[in-house]
Design a protein around this ligand. Structure first.
Ligand code: GDP
Length: 139
C-alpha cells in the first residue's frame, strides 16, 4: 500500500485509433497522476529490450513487431497502490476475458493489440520506469 509509481504505455493500436485522450481521462478519473510522459516510436531492439522476459515465447516476434509499428505514449503514473490498481483499470491481457468497463474491454482488439501496458509488480515497475526514464525518482 501507499503511494507508488508504475509504468503505462498506450500502445500503437490505441494511439493510431485515437484513444489517447479517452484513456488518459480514465487514468485521471481513477486518481492516477501523470508524473512523466514520452511519445515514442520504439525501434524493434527497444521493444525487444522492454519485453525481454518474453524472449523465446511464440508471440515474442509478433509482439515486438507490433510494439515498434507506430507511436506509443509511455507514462509514469503515480497514486495509491498504483501498480495493482492500474492492472485492475486495464483488465485482463485478453480483452475477451476483460471485465466490463476496463480499458482493454473498451479499446483492445485482441490479446496482442490490447491498447495498454501496465507494470505487473513493483519490481517490474522499477525496471520499466528506468528503461524509459533513466534518472527519474521511483517514489
Ligand atoms: P500483460 O502484463 O497483461 O500485458 O501480459 P503479458 O506480460 O503476459 O504479455 C505482454 C504482452 O504480450 C501482452 O500485453 C500482449 O500485448 C502480448 N501477448 C500476451 N500473450 C499473448 C499471446 O498469447 N499472443 C500474442 N500474440 N500476444 C500476446
Amino acid at each position: 500500500m501507499g503511494i507508488e509509481r508504475t509504468l503505462t504505455i498506450i500502445k500503437p493500436d490505441a494511439v493510431e485509433a485515437g484513444h489517447v485522450g479517452d484513456i488518459i481521462k480514465i487514468f485521471e478519473a481513477n486518481q492516477f497522476k501523470i508524473v512523466a510522459a514520452r511519445l515514442v516510436s520504439l525501434t524493434k531492439k527497444e521493444a525487444e529490450g522492454f519485453y525481454a522476459v518474453h524472449r523465446g515465447k511464440g508471440f515474442f516476434e509478433s509482439l515486438t513487431h507490433f510494439m515498434s509499428s507506430g507511436r506509443a505514449l509511455v507514462m509514469v503514473l503515480e497514486g495509491e497502490s498504483a501498480v495493482a490498481r492500474l492492472r485492475e483499470v486495464m483488465g485482463a491481457t485478453n480483452p475477451a476475458d476483460a471485465a466490463p468497463g476496463t480499458l482493454r474491454k473498451l479499446y483492445a482488439a485482441n490479446i496482442e493489440r490490447n491498447a495498454v501496458h501496465g507494470s505487473d509488480a513493483p519490481e517490474t515497475a522499477a525496471f520499466e520506469i528506468a528503461y524509459f526514464f533513466p534518472g527519474i525518482e521511483l517514489v
